[in-house]
Design a protein around this ligand. Structure first.
Ligand code: NOJ
Length: 564
């Protein structure tokens, strides 16, 4: 039997050895020609997912929703959005996935619901009911917090004649977690899904569920009439209490995985949440590396990242959760621009840089996530006007920068092109047929014009494709304990072209070298590796070999294994 190692997969921590594939159902595969991806479409492609070698599917929300925020505004947690199919379809998907040894985790959105959820409908009523206190109401507007999607975070409700809090859109009222009855209802709903046989949850903005007492006013956000809410909503006073309660009452009863989304989450809090002893969640999605272009400032920037900053952030998290807690590793999800356009090169060095980025992430310690299309190197889209964008956040940003910041149209559109969440949401590119094989109908969102070059069909049987490269990386993770267990150490933190690091475990060492530049770059292998026997585990150029002085080719990535 294989060594269990510290990652202890035998004691239920299978998620430490898993690779997760995220599906954004609306854009994955349409099975019935209505232009919208659906559950039957996922079933059609389940063998594709199996072939990739991933262990877990994370489904972005498939619940009933008016789609103000593409399903992150849920109106019924126990019903499927009709556009996506039926509960029977879901049961079939679960069955087909499990048959192939693929687990499914669902998106759990419980910081807020849709305003069309029955709880909110009842909560608005003036008559007393248990729901009155399910949301966060105030007679007078308590502060000027700005919502994440722009505008005030408080909305006046004509029916109840009070204000309610919504950290996201006005159609996403925040739930009042102080109310134990609400919490019980949420736990019941979670258990219902887990009893169905799902394998865990990705928890949307879970570190926002506890708000500071008294809703203190924040600092004015320059140029706007609004104030900063972050210090009063991120990791609020009861957050750990609620997570521990959820663990005790629900999560601990199942052999599942949990990953929380942590907006503005710092290392200490992440460690507290994911430490085994805390009994809260298995891992968190953190964002510091996703804000690397403009650290601590606005997300909407056209600036390009600096490798030194990226290395510093990634290494901080690698070291910070090395022995207590656990990292989730991601470059992409449905809220982020495509990584090959962002940290790589979607022009001449598209293929090399996509592979290099994959190496850089997949050799780190943690659970890797692949977002649909990342495995074929899908790139950002570039639409001409804001009207062609669908994403509520992009539209809000456009208004904000136009009305308050006085940015020029050109500057705003540059920011939207670089950062819009819609970059991730254009339909999956399956083949060279009309609409990239995503739908026979008219797609809900434009297909990227480069689909004839970038698609699954052209890569699936090509051993040198980006897709095959991802497969190889997944196989490596399953074959070498050191990739799961090894300690991480950054080399040359000041180098602005090369990201090099080591992993160490027992008598083995791995050296990962990634050239983030379009140029040939000289790289000096540290003398501690002198005369050590080594083997190339994976690389994106033919015939790479370890030399004392290496001349790395554009976007070259090499991984060497040393055994002493
Ligand atoms: C984070 C989700 O990933 C994003 O898509 C959504 O808009 C917000 N949370 C609000 O639910």
């Amino acid at each position: 039997m294989q060594d269990q190692g510290k990652a202890g997969y035998m004691n239920g921590q299978w998620w430490k050895r898993s690779v997760v594939y995220q599906i954004y159902p609306r854009s994955f595969k349409d099975s019935n020609g209505d232009g919208i991806g659906d559950i039957r479409g996922i079933i059609e492609k389940i063998d594709y997912i199996k072939n990739l070698g991933v262990d877990v599917l994370w489904l972005s929300p498939i619940y009933q929703s008016p789609n103000d925020d593409n399903g992150y505004d849920i109106s019924d947690y126990q019903a499927i959005m009709p556009e996506f199919g039926t509960m029977k379809d879901f049961d079939e998907l679960l069955k087909q996935a499990h048959k192939r040894n693929i687990k499914i985790i669902m998106d759990l959105v419980v910081n807020h619901t849709s305003d069309e959820h029955i709880w909110f409908q009842r909560s608005r009523e003036k008559e007393k009911s248990k729901y009155q206190d399910y949301y966060i109401w105030a007679k007078e507007k308590p502060n000027n917090w700005e919502s994440y999607f722009g505008g005030s975070a408080w909305e006046y409700d004509e029916v109840r004649e009070m204000y309610y809090l919504h950290l996201f859109s006005r159609k996403q009222p925040d739930l009042n977690w102080r109310n134990p009855e609400l919490r019980e209802d949420i736990y019941k709903m979670m258990s219902w899904w887990l009893d169905k046989g799902i394998d865990g949850f990705r928890m949307d903005v879970i570190n926002l569920i506890s708000k500071a007492d008294g809703f203190p006013e924040g600092e004015v956000i320059e140029g706007t009439p609004y104030t900063e809410k972050a210090p009063y909503v991120i990791c609020g006073p009861q957050m750990h209490t609620y997570l521990k309660e959820m663990y005790k009452k629900v999560l601990s009863n199942y052999n599942i995985m949990t990953v929380g989304e942590g907006l503005g989450l710092g290392l200490d809090e992440a460690r507290k949440i994911t430490s085994e002893n805390s009994k809260e969640l298995n891992m968190m999605f953190t964002f510091e590396h996703m804000d690397v272009e403009n650290i601590g400032k606005e997300k909407w920037t056209e600036q390009r990242f600096k490798l030194k900053d990226l290395k510093q952030i990634m290494s901080k998290w690698q070291k910070g959760l090395e022995h207590e807690g656990w990292n989730s590793l991601y470059w992409n999800n449905h809220d982020q621009p495509r990584v090959v356009s962002r940290f790589g090169d979607d022009g001449l060095f598209w293929e090399k840089s996509a592979k290099m980025l994959a190496v850089c992430l997949h050799m780190m310690k943690g659970t890797p996530y692949i977002y649909q299309g990342e495995e074929i190197g899908m790139t950002n889209i570039r639409l001409k006007t804001i009207n062609e964008y669908h994403d509520i956040e992009s539209k809000a940003a456009y208004e904000r920068y136009k009305n308050y910041m006085g940015y020029s149209e050109e500057k705003i559109m540059n920011c939207i092109h670089a950062r819009s969440r819609d970059n991730a949401r254009s339909p999956m590119q399956w083949d060279t047929t009309r609409n990239a094989g995503f739908t026979d109908g008219s797609p809900w969102f434009e297909v990227n014009t480069n689909y004839e070059k970038i698609n699954v069909e052209s890569q699936v049987n090509d051993p040198d494709s980006i897709l095959s490269f991802y497969r190889e990386l997944i196989v490596l993770r399953k074959s070498y304990e050191i990739i799961i267990e090894g300690d991480y150490n950054l080399l040359y933190p000041e180098d602005d072209n090369v990201y090099a690091y080591t992993r160490e475990w027992q008598n083995q060492k791995i050296l990962v070298i990634c050239n983030f530049s379009k140029e040939h770059i000289a790289f000096q292998v540290p003398s501690s590796f002198d005369n050590k026997e080594n083997r190339l585990l994976i690389g994106n150029y033919e015939g790479a070999a370890l030399e004392k002085e290496m001349l790395l080719r554009p976007y070259e990535a090499d991984v060497f294994l040393f055994t002493s």
